[in-house]
Design a protein around this ligand. Structure first.
Ligand code: GLC
Length: 565
Protein backbone atom coordinates (compact mmCIF):
# COMPACT_ATOMS: atom_id res chain seq x y z
CA UNK A 1 0.00 0.00 0.00
CA UNK A 2 2.77 2.44 0.84
CA UNK A 3 4.08 2.56 -2.63
CA UNK A 4 0.95 4.05 -4.01
CA UNK A 5 0.35 6.64 -1.38
CA UNK A 6 3.11 8.64 -2.93
CA UNK A 7 1.00 9.22 -5.99
CA UNK A 8 -1.50 11.34 -4.32
CA UNK A 9 -0.49 14.89 -4.40
CA UNK A 10 2.25 14.83 -6.91
CA UNK A 11 5.82 15.46 -5.91
CA UNK A 12 7.14 18.88 -5.28
CA UNK A 13 9.74 18.74 -7.97
CA UNK A 14 7.04 17.86 -10.41
CA UNK A 15 4.65 20.44 -9.15
CA UNK A 16 7.24 23.11 -9.54
CA UNK A 17 8.13 22.09 -13.00
CA UNK A 18 4.48 21.67 -13.91
CA UNK A 19 3.22 24.99 -12.69
CA UNK A 20 2.98 27.85 -15.06
CA UNK A 21 2.86 30.46 -12.39
CA UNK A 22 4.20 29.54 -9.01
CA UNK A 23 3.25 32.10 -6.47
CA UNK A 24 4.59 32.53 -3.02
CA UNK A 25 1.23 32.44 -1.41
CA UNK A 26 -0.28 29.44 -3.00
CA UNK A 27 0.10 26.64 -0.61
CA UNK A 28 -0.89 23.99 -3.14
CA UNK A 29 2.75 23.62 -4.00
CA UNK A 30 3.78 23.87 -0.36
CA UNK A 31 1.39 21.14 0.53
CA UNK A 32 3.35 18.83 -1.66
CA UNK A 33 6.61 19.25 0.17
CA UNK A 34 6.16 16.41 2.52
CA UNK A 35 4.78 14.24 -0.23
CA UNK A 36 8.08 14.40 -1.96
CA UNK A 37 9.94 13.43 1.16
CA UNK A 38 7.57 10.54 1.47
CA UNK A 39 8.30 9.57 -2.06
CA UNK A 40 11.98 9.61 -1.40
CA UNK A 41 11.60 7.64 1.79
CA UNK A 42 9.65 4.88 0.17
CA UNK A 43 11.36 3.76 -2.95
CA UNK A 44 9.27 0.60 -3.48
CA UNK A 45 9.17 1.07 -7.19
CA UNK A 46 8.59 -1.94 -9.30
CA UNK A 47 7.77 -0.89 -12.78
CA UNK A 48 9.34 1.94 -14.64
CA UNK A 49 6.69 3.62 -16.62
CA UNK A 50 7.06 4.29 -20.29
CA UNK A 51 5.96 7.82 -20.81
CA UNK A 52 5.64 10.01 -23.77
CA UNK A 53 7.27 13.37 -24.06
CA UNK A 54 4.22 15.01 -25.54
CA UNK A 55 2.17 14.64 -22.41
CA UNK A 56 0.97 17.70 -20.65
CA UNK A 57 3.02 19.35 -18.04
CA UNK A 58 1.09 18.07 -15.08
CA UNK A 59 1.55 14.51 -16.15
CA UNK A 60 5.25 15.17 -16.20
CA UNK A 61 5.25 16.04 -12.58
CA UNK A 62 4.26 12.56 -11.75
CA UNK A 63 6.92 10.78 -13.75
CA UNK A 64 8.54 9.72 -10.55
CA UNK A 65 5.23 9.09 -8.90
CA UNK A 66 3.47 6.78 -11.23
CA UNK A 67 5.91 4.06 -10.57
CA UNK A 68 4.47 2.50 -7.52
CA UNK A 69 1.61 0.33 -8.67
CA UNK A 70 2.03 -3.36 -8.49
CA UNK A 71 -0.11 -3.98 -11.51
CA UNK A 72 -0.89 -1.60 -14.22
CA UNK A 73 -0.98 -1.31 -17.90
CA UNK A 74 1.95 0.00 -19.85
CA UNK A 75 1.65 3.10 -21.89
CA UNK A 76 2.42 4.30 -25.33
CA UNK A 77 1.86 7.46 -27.21
CA UNK A 78 0.70 7.69 -30.75
CA UNK A 79 -0.31 11.29 -30.12
CA UNK A 80 -3.75 12.63 -30.90
CA UNK A 81 -4.95 11.72 -34.31
CA UNK A 82 -8.37 13.25 -34.63
CA UNK A 83 -9.92 16.19 -32.89
CA UNK A 84 -12.39 14.12 -30.96
CA UNK A 85 -10.09 11.32 -30.09
CA UNK A 86 -9.74 11.11 -26.37
CA UNK A 87 -6.12 11.90 -25.76
CA UNK A 88 -5.80 9.71 -22.76
CA UNK A 89 -7.18 6.52 -24.15
CA UNK A 90 -5.24 6.95 -27.35
CA UNK A 91 -2.05 7.58 -25.46
CA UNK A 92 -2.15 5.36 -22.52
CA UNK A 93 -3.16 1.89 -23.39
CA UNK A 94 -2.42 -0.54 -26.13
CA UNK A 95 -5.99 -1.44 -26.80
CA UNK A 96 -8.51 0.98 -25.42
CA UNK A 97 -11.69 -0.83 -24.50
CA UNK A 98 -14.25 -0.33 -27.29
CA UNK A 99 -16.54 1.30 -24.74
CA UNK A 100 -14.13 4.16 -24.22
CA UNK A 101 -14.73 5.71 -27.64
CA UNK A 102 -18.49 5.38 -27.21
CA UNK A 103 -18.27 6.97 -23.81
CA UNK A 104 -16.36 9.97 -25.12
CA UNK A 105 -18.85 10.42 -27.90
CA UNK A 106 -21.75 10.29 -25.44
CA UNK A 107 -19.99 12.65 -23.05
CA UNK A 108 -19.42 15.20 -25.80
CA UNK A 109 -23.07 14.92 -26.84
CA UNK A 110 -24.05 16.00 -23.36
CA UNK A 111 -22.13 19.30 -23.54
CA UNK A 112 -24.09 22.44 -22.78
CA UNK A 113 -23.06 25.75 -24.33
CA UNK A 114 -23.68 29.27 -23.17
CA UNK A 115 -23.06 31.97 -25.77
CA UNK A 116 -20.91 29.59 -27.77
CA UNK A 117 -18.78 28.38 -24.86
CA UNK A 118 -19.09 24.92 -23.26
CA UNK A 119 -20.09 25.43 -19.63
CA UNK A 120 -21.12 22.00 -18.43
CA UNK A 121 -22.82 18.71 -19.25
CA UNK A 122 -26.49 17.84 -18.86
CA UNK A 123 -27.45 15.17 -16.35
CA UNK A 124 -28.90 12.77 -18.92
CA UNK A 125 -29.30 12.71 -22.66
CA UNK A 126 -32.23 10.34 -22.68
CA UNK A 127 -34.72 11.14 -25.40
CA UNK A 128 -36.63 7.94 -24.81
CA UNK A 129 -37.65 8.99 -21.34
CA UNK A 130 -41.15 10.50 -21.18
CA UNK A 131 -40.35 12.81 -18.33
CA UNK A 132 -37.43 15.16 -18.60
CA UNK A 133 -37.92 16.69 -15.14
CA UNK A 134 -34.62 18.42 -14.49
CA UNK A 135 -32.33 15.89 -16.16
CA UNK A 136 -31.71 18.41 -18.96
CA UNK A 137 -29.89 20.66 -16.50
CA UNK A 138 -26.25 20.94 -15.55
CA UNK A 139 -25.99 19.65 -11.98
CA UNK A 140 -22.98 20.80 -10.02
CA UNK A 141 -22.36 17.40 -8.43
CA UNK A 142 -22.99 15.54 -11.70
CA UNK A 143 -20.51 17.71 -13.55
CA UNK A 144 -17.61 16.73 -11.27
CA UNK A 145 -16.78 13.42 -13.01
CA UNK A 146 -17.27 15.10 -16.41
CA UNK A 147 -14.87 17.83 -15.32
CA UNK A 148 -12.30 15.32 -14.16
CA UNK A 149 -12.57 13.44 -17.45
CA UNK A 150 -11.95 16.66 -19.38
CA UNK A 151 -9.06 17.65 -17.12
CA UNK A 152 -7.48 14.23 -17.46
CA UNK A 153 -7.87 14.50 -21.20
CA UNK A 154 -6.11 17.86 -21.31
CA UNK A 155 -9.26 19.93 -21.91
CA UNK A 156 -9.46 22.30 -18.95
CA UNK A 157 -11.36 25.18 -20.59
CA UNK A 158 -14.82 23.79 -20.04
CA UNK A 159 -13.98 23.29 -16.37
CA UNK A 160 -12.83 26.87 -16.05
CA UNK A 161 -16.00 28.10 -17.80
CA UNK A 162 -18.11 26.01 -15.46
CA UNK A 163 -16.33 27.28 -12.36
CA UNK A 164 -16.78 30.88 -13.46
CA UNK A 165 -20.39 30.45 -14.51
CA UNK A 166 -21.44 28.84 -11.24
CA UNK A 167 -19.52 31.52 -9.36
CA UNK A 168 -21.65 34.12 -11.12
CA UNK A 169 -24.78 32.22 -10.13
CA UNK A 170 -23.63 32.21 -6.51
CA UNK A 171 -23.70 35.99 -6.72
CA UNK A 172 -27.42 36.06 -7.49
CA UNK A 173 -29.90 37.03 -4.86
CA UNK A 174 -31.57 33.76 -3.92
CA UNK A 175 -35.04 33.54 -2.49
CA UNK A 176 -37.47 30.77 -1.69
CA UNK A 177 -40.91 32.26 -1.13
CA UNK A 178 -40.11 35.18 1.14
CA UNK A 179 -36.93 33.72 2.54
CA UNK A 180 -33.52 34.88 1.39
CA UNK A 181 -30.86 32.18 1.18
CA UNK A 182 -27.31 32.54 2.43
CA UNK A 183 -25.02 34.48 0.14
CA UNK A 184 -22.60 31.60 -0.36
CA UNK A 185 -25.17 29.04 -1.51
CA UNK A 186 -24.27 27.38 -4.79
CA UNK A 187 -26.97 26.02 -7.09
CA UNK A 188 -27.89 22.36 -7.34
CA UNK A 189 -28.20 22.83 -11.08
CA UNK A 190 -28.65 25.34 -13.86
CA UNK A 191 -30.17 25.34 -17.30
CA UNK A 192 -29.25 27.30 -20.40
CA UNK A 193 -32.25 28.58 -22.35
CA UNK A 194 -31.58 29.23 -26.03
CA UNK A 195 -33.88 31.66 -27.79
CA UNK A 196 -33.50 30.78 -31.49
CA UNK A 197 -35.40 33.89 -32.62
CA UNK A 198 -33.59 36.50 -30.62
CA UNK A 199 -30.45 34.41 -30.67
CA UNK A 200 -29.86 34.89 -27.00
CA UNK A 201 -28.87 32.53 -24.22
CA UNK A 202 -30.08 32.94 -20.67
CA UNK A 203 -29.56 30.89 -17.55
CA UNK A 204 -31.97 29.73 -14.91
CA UNK A 205 -30.54 28.25 -11.75
CA UNK A 206 -32.05 26.07 -9.06
CA UNK A 207 -30.86 26.60 -5.50
CA UNK A 208 -33.41 24.19 -4.11
CA UNK A 209 -36.48 26.29 -4.81
CA UNK A 210 -37.53 24.16 -7.79
CA UNK A 211 -35.97 20.85 -6.81
CA UNK A 212 -38.31 18.05 -5.83
CA UNK A 213 -38.90 18.43 -2.11
CA UNK A 214 -37.16 21.85 -2.03
CA UNK A 215 -33.97 20.20 -0.84
CA UNK A 216 -30.83 22.20 -0.07
CA UNK A 217 -27.78 21.15 -2.12
CA UNK A 218 -25.21 21.45 0.65
CA UNK A 219 -22.70 19.43 -1.38
CA UNK A 220 -22.62 21.89 -4.33
CA UNK A 221 -20.36 24.46 -2.66
CA UNK A 222 -18.01 21.78 -1.41
CA UNK A 223 -17.74 20.18 -4.85
CA UNK A 224 -17.10 23.64 -6.32
CA UNK A 225 -14.09 24.17 -4.05
CA UNK A 226 -12.85 20.61 -4.63
CA UNK A 227 -13.13 21.12 -8.39
CA UNK A 228 -11.31 24.44 -8.25
CA UNK A 229 -8.40 22.64 -6.62
CA UNK A 230 -8.57 19.82 -9.18
CA UNK A 231 -8.42 22.40 -11.97
CA UNK A 232 -5.47 24.14 -10.33
CA UNK A 233 -3.61 20.90 -9.68
CA UNK A 234 -4.25 19.61 -13.15
CA UNK A 235 -3.34 22.69 -15.15
CA UNK A 236 -0.83 24.32 -12.86
CA UNK A 237 -2.76 27.51 -13.53
CA UNK A 238 -2.93 29.24 -10.18
CA UNK A 239 -4.31 32.43 -11.64
CA UNK A 240 -7.94 31.29 -11.58
CA UNK A 241 -7.99 30.33 -7.90
CA UNK A 242 -6.17 33.54 -7.07
CA UNK A 243 -8.67 35.89 -8.67
CA UNK A 244 -10.54 38.05 -6.16
CA UNK A 245 -13.78 36.49 -7.46
CA UNK A 246 -12.73 32.91 -6.70
CA UNK A 247 -11.26 33.91 -3.36
CA UNK A 248 -14.53 35.59 -2.45
CA UNK A 249 -16.57 32.64 -3.71
CA UNK A 250 -14.62 30.31 -1.45
CA UNK A 251 -14.97 32.63 1.53
CA UNK A 252 -18.72 32.86 1.04
CA UNK A 253 -19.10 29.08 0.99
CA UNK A 254 -16.90 28.78 4.05
CA UNK A 255 -18.81 31.50 5.87
CA UNK A 256 -21.95 29.36 5.56
CA UNK A 257 -20.43 26.30 7.14
CA UNK A 258 -17.99 27.80 9.62
CA UNK A 259 -20.42 30.14 11.30
CA UNK A 260 -20.88 29.72 15.02
CA UNK A 261 -24.22 28.57 16.31
CA UNK A 262 -25.60 26.22 18.91
CA UNK A 263 -23.48 23.29 17.81
CA UNK A 264 -21.89 20.96 20.28
CA UNK A 265 -20.16 18.98 17.53
CA UNK A 266 -17.76 20.07 14.77
CA UNK A 267 -19.77 18.16 12.17
CA UNK A 268 -22.21 20.03 9.96
CA UNK A 269 -25.92 19.79 10.77
CA UNK A 270 -27.95 19.01 7.64
CA UNK A 271 -31.49 18.54 6.43
CA UNK A 272 -32.52 15.33 4.68
CA UNK A 273 -31.85 15.08 0.95
CA UNK A 274 -29.00 17.59 1.02
CA UNK A 275 -26.56 15.78 -1.27
CA UNK A 276 -26.41 13.11 -3.97
CA UNK A 277 -29.21 11.42 -2.05
CA UNK A 278 -31.59 14.28 -2.72
CA UNK A 279 -34.79 12.76 -1.36
CA UNK A 280 -35.91 11.91 2.10
CA UNK A 281 -33.82 8.90 3.12
CA UNK A 282 -33.14 9.46 6.79
CA UNK A 283 -29.80 11.14 6.19
CA UNK A 284 -30.70 14.30 8.13
CA UNK A 285 -28.45 15.17 11.04
CA UNK A 286 -24.77 14.68 10.37
CA UNK A 287 -24.58 12.56 7.20
CA UNK A 288 -21.23 11.03 6.37
CA UNK A 289 -21.36 12.21 2.74
CA UNK A 290 -21.50 15.85 3.77
CA UNK A 291 -18.96 15.48 6.57
CA UNK A 292 -16.41 13.93 4.20
CA UNK A 293 -17.01 16.55 1.52
CA UNK A 294 -16.88 19.29 4.15
CA UNK A 295 -13.52 18.00 5.36
CA UNK A 296 -12.16 17.74 1.83
CA UNK A 297 -13.40 21.19 0.84
CA UNK A 298 -11.87 22.72 3.97
CA UNK A 299 -8.53 21.18 3.11
CA UNK A 300 -8.77 22.24 -0.52
CA UNK A 301 -9.67 25.80 0.50
CA UNK A 302 -6.80 25.88 2.97
CA UNK A 303 -4.46 25.21 0.09
CA UNK A 304 -5.95 27.90 -2.13
CA UNK A 305 -6.89 30.79 0.14
CA UNK A 306 -4.55 33.73 0.03
CA UNK A 307 -2.91 34.77 3.26
CA UNK A 308 -4.31 38.29 3.00
CA UNK A 309 -6.38 39.91 5.74
CA UNK A 310 -9.67 38.27 4.76
CA UNK A 311 -8.15 34.94 3.84
CA UNK A 312 -6.16 34.68 7.06
CA UNK A 313 -9.21 34.80 9.24
CA UNK A 314 -10.74 31.88 7.37
CA UNK A 315 -7.50 29.96 7.37
CA UNK A 316 -7.39 30.09 11.15
CA UNK A 317 -10.99 28.94 11.44
CA UNK A 318 -10.40 26.14 8.96
CA UNK A 319 -7.38 24.82 10.80
CA UNK A 320 -9.29 24.67 14.08
CA UNK A 321 -12.29 23.06 12.51
CA UNK A 322 -10.25 20.44 10.65
CA UNK A 323 -8.59 19.45 13.86
CA UNK A 324 -11.86 19.02 15.73
CA UNK A 325 -13.68 17.44 12.79
CA UNK A 326 -11.07 14.78 12.11
CA UNK A 327 -10.98 13.84 15.80
CA UNK A 328 -14.75 13.60 15.98
CA UNK A 329 -15.15 11.59 12.79
CA UNK A 330 -12.29 9.21 13.41
CA UNK A 331 -13.46 8.52 16.94
CA UNK A 332 -17.24 8.53 16.80
CA UNK A 333 -18.19 7.62 13.24
CA UNK A 334 -15.72 4.76 12.93
CA UNK A 335 -17.08 1.25 13.26
CA UNK A 336 -15.20 -2.02 13.14
CA UNK A 337 -15.61 -5.33 14.90
CA UNK A 338 -14.02 -4.09 18.11
CA UNK A 339 -15.98 -0.86 18.15
CA UNK A 340 -19.24 -2.66 17.47
CA UNK A 341 -18.53 -5.00 20.32
CA UNK A 342 -17.87 -2.03 22.59
CA UNK A 343 -21.12 -0.32 21.60
CA UNK A 344 -22.99 -3.58 22.08
CA UNK A 345 -21.80 -3.58 25.70
CA UNK A 346 -22.34 0.14 26.30
CA UNK A 347 -23.82 1.33 29.56
CA UNK A 348 -26.42 4.06 29.15
CA UNK A 349 -27.46 7.16 31.07
CA UNK A 350 -23.89 8.19 31.82
CA UNK A 351 -23.56 11.76 32.95
CA UNK A 352 -20.52 14.05 32.75
CA UNK A 353 -17.51 14.27 30.49
CA UNK A 354 -16.24 10.91 31.67
CA UNK A 355 -19.08 9.13 29.82
CA UNK A 356 -17.89 6.33 27.58
CA UNK A 357 -21.16 6.18 25.70
CA UNK A 358 -21.02 9.85 24.81
CA UNK A 359 -24.18 10.00 22.71
CA UNK A 360 -26.21 7.75 24.98
CA UNK A 361 -26.76 5.18 22.26
CA UNK A 362 -29.02 2.39 23.50
CA UNK A 363 -27.45 -0.93 22.45
CA UNK A 364 -30.92 -2.28 21.64
CA UNK A 365 -31.08 0.20 18.78
CA UNK A 366 -28.23 -1.57 16.93
CA UNK A 367 -29.90 -3.25 13.95
CA UNK A 368 -29.49 -7.03 13.62
CA UNK A 369 -27.99 -6.90 10.15
CA UNK A 370 -24.87 -5.08 11.29
CA UNK A 371 -23.74 -7.98 13.50
CA UNK A 372 -23.64 -10.26 10.45
CA UNK A 373 -22.34 -7.64 8.09
CA UNK A 374 -19.32 -6.68 10.20
CA UNK A 375 -16.34 -8.79 9.23
CA UNK A 376 -13.50 -9.48 11.62
CA UNK A 377 -11.25 -7.65 9.18
CA UNK A 378 -12.46 -4.28 7.94
CA UNK A 379 -14.44 -1.27 9.05
CA UNK A 380 -16.18 1.90 7.85
CA UNK A 381 -17.54 5.30 8.78
CA UNK A 382 -21.19 4.89 9.66
CA UNK A 383 -23.92 7.03 8.11
CA UNK A 384 -24.73 9.38 10.97
CA UNK A 385 -24.04 10.03 14.65
CA UNK A 386 -26.15 12.22 16.92
CA UNK A 387 -27.75 11.95 20.36
CA UNK A 388 -29.06 8.41 20.89
CA UNK A 389 -28.85 7.81 17.17
CA UNK A 390 -26.27 5.93 15.19
CA UNK A 391 -27.22 5.21 11.61
CA UNK A 392 -25.18 2.08 10.99
CA UNK A 393 -25.78 2.05 7.25
CA UNK A 394 -22.73 2.04 5.02
CA UNK A 395 -22.58 4.84 2.42
CA UNK A 396 -20.23 4.63 -0.55
CA UNK A 397 -19.54 8.25 -1.34
CA UNK A 398 -18.75 9.34 2.21
CA UNK A 399 -16.37 6.46 2.77
CA UNK A 400 -14.52 6.91 -0.53
CA UNK A 401 -14.21 10.68 -0.04
CA UNK A 402 -12.96 10.03 3.52
CA UNK A 403 -10.14 8.01 1.98
CA UNK A 404 -9.38 10.58 -0.74
CA UNK A 405 -9.36 13.53 1.66
CA UNK A 406 -7.34 11.61 4.28
CA UNK A 407 -10.12 12.09 6.76
CA UNK A 408 -9.61 8.37 7.22
CA UNK A 409 -6.29 7.49 8.82
CA UNK A 410 -4.16 5.14 6.69
CA UNK A 411 -5.32 2.26 8.91
CA UNK A 412 -8.97 3.22 8.52
CA UNK A 413 -8.51 3.63 4.77
CA UNK A 414 -7.19 0.12 4.40
CA UNK A 415 -9.91 -1.23 6.67
CA UNK A 416 -12.52 0.34 4.35
CA UNK A 417 -10.87 -1.42 1.43
CA UNK A 418 -10.81 -4.67 3.42
CA UNK A 419 -14.54 -4.30 3.87
CA UNK A 420 -14.99 -4.04 0.11
CA UNK A 421 -13.15 -7.32 -0.27
CA UNK A 422 -14.93 -9.05 2.59
CA UNK A 423 -18.39 -7.85 1.58
CA UNK A 424 -17.99 -7.74 -2.18
CA UNK A 425 -21.32 -9.34 -2.91
CA UNK A 426 -23.22 -6.90 -0.73
CA UNK A 427 -21.41 -3.70 -1.72
CA UNK A 428 -20.51 -4.40 -5.34
CA UNK A 429 -22.42 -7.49 -6.43
CA UNK A 430 -22.91 -7.42 -10.18
CA UNK A 431 -22.65 -3.68 -10.68
CA UNK A 432 -20.44 -1.24 -8.81
CA UNK A 433 -21.41 0.40 -6.54
CA UNK A 434 -24.14 0.31 -3.92
CA UNK A 435 -24.99 3.85 -2.88
CA UNK A 436 -25.72 2.54 0.62
CA UNK A 437 -26.15 -0.75 2.41
CA UNK A 438 -28.52 -2.21 3.38
CA UNK A 439 -31.88 -1.07 2.01
CA UNK A 440 -34.62 -0.08 4.40
CA UNK A 441 -37.96 -1.80 3.98
CA UNK A 442 -41.50 -2.26 5.28
CA UNK A 443 -42.45 -0.16 8.26
CA UNK A 444 -39.04 1.47 8.48
CA UNK A 445 -39.23 2.46 4.79
CA UNK A 446 -42.65 4.00 5.38
CA UNK A 447 -41.45 6.04 8.33
CA UNK A 448 -38.01 6.99 7.04
CA UNK A 449 -38.79 7.81 3.39
CA UNK A 450 -42.38 8.90 3.84
CA UNK A 451 -43.51 5.98 1.60
CA UNK A 452 -41.35 7.13 -1.30
CA UNK A 453 -42.22 4.94 -4.31
CA UNK A 454 -38.94 5.77 -6.04
CA UNK A 455 -36.90 4.67 -3.05
CA UNK A 456 -38.34 1.23 -2.50
CA UNK A 457 -35.92 -1.38 -1.13
CA UNK A 458 -32.83 -2.04 -3.25
CA UNK A 459 -33.75 0.70 -5.70
CA UNK A 460 -32.41 4.20 -6.45
CA UNK A 461 -31.08 5.82 -3.25
CA UNK A 462 -32.29 2.96 -1.10
CA UNK A 463 -29.62 0.35 -1.77
CA UNK A 464 -29.49 0.89 -5.54
CA UNK A 465 -26.20 0.53 -7.45
CA UNK A 466 -24.79 3.65 -9.10
CA UNK A 467 -22.17 3.29 -11.84
CA UNK A 468 -20.99 6.87 -11.24
CA UNK A 469 -19.50 5.72 -7.94
CA UNK A 470 -16.96 3.64 -9.87
CA UNK A 471 -14.63 6.60 -10.20
CA UNK A 472 -14.61 7.18 -6.45
CA UNK A 473 -14.00 3.51 -5.76
CA UNK A 474 -11.17 3.46 -8.31
CA UNK A 475 -9.57 6.56 -6.81
CA UNK A 476 -9.79 5.06 -3.31
CA UNK A 477 -8.29 1.80 -4.60
CA UNK A 478 -5.35 3.57 -6.17
CA UNK A 479 -4.77 5.67 -3.09
CA UNK A 480 -4.69 2.63 -0.84
CA UNK A 481 -2.57 0.61 -3.24
CA UNK A 482 -5.30 -1.86 -4.18
CA UNK A 483 -5.79 -1.28 -7.93
CA UNK A 484 -6.82 -4.91 -8.44
CA UNK A 485 -10.08 -4.17 -6.62
CA UNK A 486 -10.81 -1.33 -9.05
CA UNK A 487 -9.97 -3.52 -12.00
CA UNK A 488 -12.44 -6.12 -10.83
CA UNK A 489 -15.15 -3.50 -10.48
CA UNK A 490 -14.39 -1.95 -13.87
CA UNK A 491 -14.66 -5.39 -15.50
CA UNK A 492 -18.15 -5.73 -14.08
CA UNK A 493 -19.15 -2.30 -15.35
CA UNK A 494 -17.75 -3.07 -18.80
CA UNK A 495 -19.88 -6.16 -19.09
CA UNK A 496 -23.08 -4.13 -18.86
CA UNK A 497 -22.89 -0.36 -19.12
CA UNK A 498 -22.71 0.18 -22.86
CA UNK A 499 -25.09 -2.67 -23.61
CA UNK A 500 -27.58 -1.15 -21.19
CA UNK A 501 -27.06 2.41 -22.57
CA UNK A 502 -25.32 3.86 -19.49
CA UNK A 503 -28.13 3.74 -16.93
CA UNK A 504 -28.27 6.08 -14.00
CA UNK A 505 -28.63 3.25 -11.48
CA UNK A 506 -29.35 -0.46 -11.12
CA UNK A 507 -31.78 -2.20 -8.77
CA UNK A 508 -31.76 -5.37 -6.73
CA UNK A 509 -29.65 -6.85 -4.00
CA UNK A 510 -26.88 -7.59 -6.47
CA UNK A 511 -27.49 -4.58 -8.70
CA UNK A 512 -28.46 -6.85 -11.55
CA UNK A 513 -31.48 -5.01 -12.97
CA UNK A 514 -31.54 -1.68 -14.75
CA UNK A 515 -33.18 0.74 -12.31
CA UNK A 516 -36.95 1.01 -12.36
CA UNK A 517 -36.91 4.69 -13.27
CA UNK A 518 -33.27 4.97 -14.27
CA UNK A 519 -32.43 7.42 -17.03
CA UNK A 520 -30.33 6.08 -19.92
CA UNK A 521 -27.25 7.94 -21.14
CA UNK A 522 -26.80 9.35 -17.68
CA UNK A 523 -23.78 11.59 -18.07
CA UNK A 524 -22.10 10.90 -14.77
CA UNK A 525 -22.32 7.12 -15.37
CA UNK A 526 -20.44 7.74 -18.62
CA UNK A 527 -17.92 10.19 -17.19
CA UNK A 528 -17.41 8.12 -14.03
CA UNK A 529 -16.38 5.17 -16.17
CA UNK A 530 -13.96 7.27 -18.22
CA UNK A 531 -12.38 8.78 -15.11
CA UNK A 532 -11.97 5.33 -13.55
CA UNK A 533 -10.28 4.06 -16.72
CA UNK A 534 -7.98 7.04 -17.07
CA UNK A 535 -6.92 6.95 -13.44
CA UNK A 536 -6.06 3.30 -13.58
CA UNK A 537 -4.07 3.86 -16.75
CA UNK A 538 -2.25 6.84 -15.34
CA UNK A 539 -2.44 6.86 -11.55
CA UNK A 540 -0.76 10.25 -11.37
CA UNK A 541 -4.19 11.74 -12.21
CA UNK A 542 -5.18 10.86 -8.69
CA UNK A 543 -3.33 13.90 -7.37
CA UNK A 544 -6.04 16.25 -8.54
CA UNK A 545 -8.70 14.62 -6.42
CA UNK A 546 -6.76 13.32 -3.46
CA UNK A 547 -5.03 14.88 -0.46
CA UNK A 548 -2.27 13.36 1.59
CA UNK A 549 -2.42 13.25 5.35
CA UNK A 550 -1.67 16.80 6.39
CA UNK A 551 1.31 16.67 8.63
CA UNK A 552 2.00 20.38 8.35
CA UNK A 553 -1.08 21.22 10.31
CA UNK A 554 0.02 19.36 13.40
CA UNK A 555 2.69 21.70 14.77
CA UNK A 556 0.24 24.59 14.49
CA UNK A 557 -2.36 22.65 16.38
CA UNK A 558 -0.04 21.66 19.18
CA UNK A 559 0.49 25.29 20.07
CA UNK A 560 -3.09 25.80 21.08
CA UNK A 561 -4.22 24.95 24.54
CA UNK A 562 -7.90 25.33 23.84
CA UNK A 563 -8.40 21.89 22.37
CA UNK A 564 -9.12 19.27 24.86
CA UNK A 565 -9.50 16.20 22.71
C1 GLC B 1 -31.03 12.55 -9.00
C2 GLC B 1 -29.88 12.17 -8.07
C3 GLC B 1 -28.95 13.33 -7.88
C4 GLC B 1 -28.46 13.83 -9.21
C5 GLC B 1 -29.65 14.15 -10.14
C6 GLC B 1 -29.21 14.47 -11.55
O1 GLC B 1 -31.82 13.53 -8.41
O2 GLC B 1 -30.38 11.75 -6.85
O3 GLC B 1 -27.87 12.94 -7.08
O4 GLC B 1 -27.65 14.94 -9.05
O5 GLC B 1 -30.51 13.05 -10.22
O6 GLC B 1 -28.57 13.39 -12.13
Amino acid sequence: MDCVNVLLDGGKGGVESGLKNVSSHCSISEMDDYDLSKLLERPRLNIERQRSFDERSLSELSVGLARGLDHYESAYSPGRSALDTPASSARNSFEPHPMVADAWEALRRSLVHFRGQPVGTIAAYDHASEEVLNYDQVFVRDFVPSALAFLMNGEPDIVKNFLLKTLQLQGWEKRIDRFKLGEGAMPASFKVLHDPVRKTDTIVADFGESAIGRVAPIDSGFWWIILLRAYTKSTGDLSLAETPECQKGMRLILALCLSEGFDTFPTLLCADGCSMIDRRMGIYGYPIEIQSLFFMALRAALAMLKHDAEGKEFIERIVKRLHALSYHMRSYFWLDFQQLNDIYRYKTEEYSHTAVNKFNVIPDSIPDWVFDFMPTRGGYFIGNVSPARMDFRWFALGNCVAILSSLATPEQASAIMDLFEERWEELVGEMPLKICYPAIESHEWRIVTGCDPKNTRWSYHNGGSWPVLLWLLTAACIKTGRPQIARRAIDLAESRLLKDSWPEYYDGKLGRYIGKQARKYQTWSIAGYLVAKMMLEDPSHLGMISLEEDKQMKPVLKRSSSWTC
